[in-house]
Design a protein around this ligand. Structure first.
Ligand code: SAM
Length: 369
């Protein structure tokens, strides 16, 4: 992780070990009179946001998915804070701030470029926007550091941004030659190179199968191990393609797509940390507050479904159709179930094709079934 500071009037980055990172506010300058709680923790430095630079604003491109649906979901929540747990280029955040004058946003991201771009884009919102570099399973800690007890909403727009994917040297894409990286947090120790060149063949096979439903996971894992050391994205893409039988290679897009997705998920521990993050998000909601989760593959959606359902049922163990006798107390009510982007959006933004939106609302008080 890195901490932000100033030198000769310019924002600078200093390296910080990830574990030592407690989250740092970047966009919390002038309080424009919104109902904003000031942070209690004196260990957090409040830093004016960087003025827009060509890297941070113009070159960071990402089209927010299901934007109208997300605004609609948060329009009716009580006044207060929304956590954008996956801030990216702040597309959703800016739309929420524009549409809902009674809401403020804390944006979290673990990616340094996203933090820089979002901070510049959110500067005009003053105290209504704060930006914290952290991993989203630190959500409870971030809120505690900011002195915020409960929030009116939490948004998760999972996966990588178009900016991350399209920046060749980040190593997310099989299309362009780059070192095997794929880290959203570039200070993290586990890169794709570490996974590809060090995992046991059985572990490689498992992650490729489990994270991307790849039928040929065993063949791909064995081919990777036989070709070690593998150093670049295009080298890896060629090894994967050669491990897949020719007829299957001709179907369903680039043959390396699923393996690259699986490696990215492993490198960033995307599935491991999602459940604890969602649980913290549900716990942090004030009555009437809402959680919205946009997922892009079945592994993410399964976890979102399971966490939201558990809160909707209160963990009820009674047989379906019979009145509840186990004393379960639901804390959420369902608002959206695996909603898809409109056909029009899917045509305009192919990234939205696989999106599934789940949303739920915190009950006024825990209710017996
Ligand atoms: C799909 S993009 C979000 C785009 C954003 N909604 C927008 O409109 O610009 C996902 C972002 O979440 C960040 N991210 C993914 N997993 C994260 C995690 N575990 N903790 C913090 N940030 C994460 C990525 O770095 C990326 O910037």
């Amino acid at each position: 992780m890195q901490s932000f500071g100033w030198q000769n009037g310019q924002p600078i980055l200093r390296p910080l070990p990830f574990r030592a990172f407690r989250g740092e506010i970047l966009a919390a300058s002038a309080n424009r009179g919104a109902a904003v709680q000031r942070p209690k923790s004196s260990s957090l430095r409040s830093v004016p946001v960087a003025s827009p630079s060509p890297m941070s604003t113009e070159s960071f491109s990402h089209q927010p998915v299901m934007l109208d649906e997300i605004i609609e979901l948060f329009k009716t929540v009580p006044a207060g804070w929304i956590v954008d747990a996956t801030l990216g280029g702040a597309g959703h955040t800016r739309a929420i701030l524009d549409a809902c004058p009674n809401l403020s946003v804390i944006g979290i991201d673990q990616d340094e470029n996203a933090i820089k771009a979002a901070s510049a884009r959110l500067a005009t919102y003053g105290a209504r926007a704060r930006v914290v570099r952290a991993r989203f399973d630190q959500l409870a800690q971030v809120l505690s550091d900011q002195g915020i007890e409960s929030v009116s909403g939490v948004l998760f727009d999972l996966g990588v941004s178009s900016h991350q994917f399209d920046t060749a040297e980040r190593g997310f894409s099989y299309r362009t030659e780059a070192p095997l990286d794929m880290r959203m947090n570039t200070s993290a120790e586990r890169s794709a190179d570490v996974v590809v060149n060090n995992y046991e063949v059985a572990d490689l096979e498992r992650i490729i199968r489990e994270h991307s439903d790849e039928r040929f996971a065993g063949r791909i894992a064995r081919a990777i191990v036989a070709a070690r050391p593998v150093r670049t994205t295009t080298e890896l893409a060629a090894i994967v393609a050669s491990a897949i039988p020719a007829p299957a290679r001709r179907r369903g897009g680039n043959p390396a797509k699923r393996t690259f997705q699986a490696l990215r998920i492993e490198v960033n521990a995307e599935l491991e940390i999602l459940e604890p993050a969602l649980v913290q998000a549900v716990d942090s909601l004030a009555p009437g507050g809402r959680i919205a989760v946009l997922s892009y593959h079945s592994g993410e959606d399964r976890i979102a479904k399971s966490v939201l359902r558990a809160a909707e049922s209160g963990g009820c163990t009674c047989p379906v159709g019979l009145p509840c006798g186990c004393g379960a107390t639901p804390t959420l009510k369902r608002v959206r179930v695996a909603a898809k982007a409109s056909m029009q959006e899917q045509k305009a933004n192919p990234r939205s094709t696989s999106a599934r939106l789940r949303a739920a609302e915190k009950l006024m008080k825990a209710q017996g079934l």
